[in-house]
Design a protein around this ligand. Structure first.
Ligand SMILES: [Zn+2]
Length: 182
């Protein structure tokens, strides 16, 4: 009887650290599993909203007028002070003329005096892409729609507070969706 009790006691003592370890590692793996599934869910949501819009030259030509095509698909620039959205002062969202992705909020639009619609911040970090542009021996940063890769304009460091940035955007690259107030 005594031997048996001792045996049980020893077995019990030996089992405690093992079971502790086991439960700890199972909790750990559960946590890892949860966080990785959250990450993959976020990635999926992001890639869903930014599923690339890819069209042929002919399809773009059918949807855009000549100037829009030249700016958005061939990285052209509209003449200053010609854009219909330059003077747009209503509250709302400026979207991509090519694929309707929201790009800039009216809250960040300002009068730069350049003749092109100007914003000090994109609507978020995902929808507006930036790329180095060294054309014409001039080092600039090109601004593009992240979904259809449409050319929007360039971003410069001489903008107003709070960012100090100036997103100089072709009006023909944009559409405007006015905010509806109830
Ligand atoms: Zn677009």
């Amino acid at each position: 009887m005594t031997y048996l009790m001792q045996y049980v006691l020893v077995a019990f003592v030996l089992l405690i650290p093992m079971s502790c370890q086991q439960s700890k590692s199972s909790v750990q793996s559960k946590t890892e599993k949860t966080s990785s599934s959250v990450v993959s869910k976020q990635t999926t949501m992001l890639s869903d909203s930014l599923k690339k819009v890819v069209k042929t030259k002919a399809e773009w030509k059918a949807e855009l007028n000549d100037l829009e095509y030249n700016v958005l698909r061939e990285k052209g620039t509209e003449r200053p002070n010609t854009g219909d959205l330059l003077k747009e002062k209503s509250e709302g969202v400026f979207t991509c003329r090519g694929c309707q992705l929201p790009l800039f909020s009216s809250e960040t639009k300002f009068e730069s005096g350049t003749g092109w619609p100007s914003f000090w911040e994109p609507i978020n970090e995902v929808n507006v892409a930036e790329e180095k542009d060294n054309k014409y021996g001039w080092s600039r940063v090109e601004v593009l729609c992240a979904r259809c890769d449409g050319h929007l304009g360039h971003v410069f460091n001489d903008g107003p507070k709070p960012t100090g940035l100036r997103y100089c955007i072709n009006a023909v690259s944009l559409d405007f969706v006015a905010e509806t107030k109830n």
